[in-house]
Ligand binder design. Sequence first.
Ligand code: NAP
Ligand code: MG
Length: 501
Amino acid sequence: MGTAISPNQIDARVSDFIEKPRKMLIDGKWVNSVSGKTFPTYNPATGEVLAQIAEGDKQDVDIAVKAARKAFESGPWSKMSATQRSKLIWKLGDLLEQNVEQFALLETLDNGKPLAVARAADVPLAADLFRYMAGWANKLEGTTIPLSVPYTPKAKYLAYTLREPVGVIAQIIPWNFPLLMAAWKLGPALAAGNTIILKPAEQTPLTALLLGELIMEAGFPDGVVNIVPGYGETAGAALAAHDDVDKVAFTGSTEVGKLIVHAATGNLKKVTLELGGKSPNVVFKDADLDSAIAGSASAIFFNQGQTCCAGSRLFVERSAFDQVVEGVSAQAKKIKVGSGLEADTTMGPLVSDEQLRRVVKYMDIGMAEGARAMTGGKKIGEKVYFVEPTVLVDTKDDMKVVQEEIFGPVVVATPFDTPEELASRANNTVYGLAAGIWTKDLSKAHRTAAALRAGTVWINCFNIFDAALPFGGYKQSGWGREMGKDVLELYTQTKAVCTRI
Ligand code: NAP
Ligand code: MG
């Protein structure tokens, strides 16, 4: 795929990529679906069909699982050293970095996010994730364990553990960070030596498929990574229920997460889940209010609010409430909503018509229940999928807009009086993905961090992601963690070996 190419060449490559129906990657080959069916993916800034994609279903999943099983049991992958695996994963990160522009453009076309964001965040974070995980491949060590078996006092034993891959992994991902979610899933699974069937979201399959080209270019053996695009109810459900899949790793809604758990019971495959959130973002009156205001706005409005850890419930200490809420509303008004391809756009469209309707419905319900929009509250004109950045006040904690994940640029703001009241109200949802705290008082910051039931707590910052920092949910926000050392535990299993010597 080369380096240093001009914008025109990038446009031409992306046009070439989406011109013909995209095939799926199974056993190292690009193939049509068995049914011959395709499905469309749309450009959310125009509502027009962007590309046609091979539509995988149960039959394709069966073939992909067989390929992954063969690659895991007897292919070259199963015989590779950890360092060889590491080199391949590192190379994939390099290839991704060399092709930032192409991936960023394709992501913007398919998902809608501003090109500058895709270029500065999604693609480099994905490349970085692969490199971080490449470093782990040859550092997954077992331990030696001293035994003192009481019923054979004279015998001696040598016991140790091995960290072995789980096997054939199904990975099902959402549409909000299509490439990055693929990287979060693939990187650690590959580092640990597993084989994979990846199902991208129906709304945004393109960058995962382009990544498939780089996976083959990097030299991963056939069948190690299979990519089967298709619908959740067919391809996704077939993967979650498949008897020869050893683990399913899912990112998406809590609702579908529960379906995955049920589907996995047939063969008791392992399950990890990264699910929804309704994350509290807490501003104390002693915070640096300028940075708290800017940070609270970006906590909710980043990625059109389509972020699982979005700071969607803003709690502000009462005496600072008006200033902070007016400040966040002023930031919201400054946001330039438009096509992600335009240079001055700071918020793109929502990903789909369905998502637009969902967000508008929530805003309407909120206002019917008595909430008031300080700013926003409506979709924008008749243009497709655009919605106003919205700040809702006068909410009560039991309202739908406060309890349920909207997954759009809508924040509910509410005052609080004491840290105790704050903690109990902030913890009062079924979710526990993330939280933000803004204060200059370090003791208060860490006491509040300890009191919040969330998998990630950001202090005087928000939405900081790093391949080394574990991410995942408390409560109904999920099982397990992505990234960091923690995720590798979940793609390996421990074998205890005990020898009489
Ligand atoms: P979703 O409907 O749960 O879909 C996620 C993935 O699951 C998609 O690939 C989807 O396929 C597939 N799927 C749907 N039904 C399925 C089934 N019955 N069996 C197996 N797979 C199935 O979620 P979404 O609308 O794409 O994404 C938004 C949600 O994801 C939000 O709730 C958000 O909080 C959550 N999310 C969480 C994280 C995190 O890290 N915690 C990250 C991103 C998003 P289709 O595309 O065909 O529907
Ligand atoms: Mg699309």
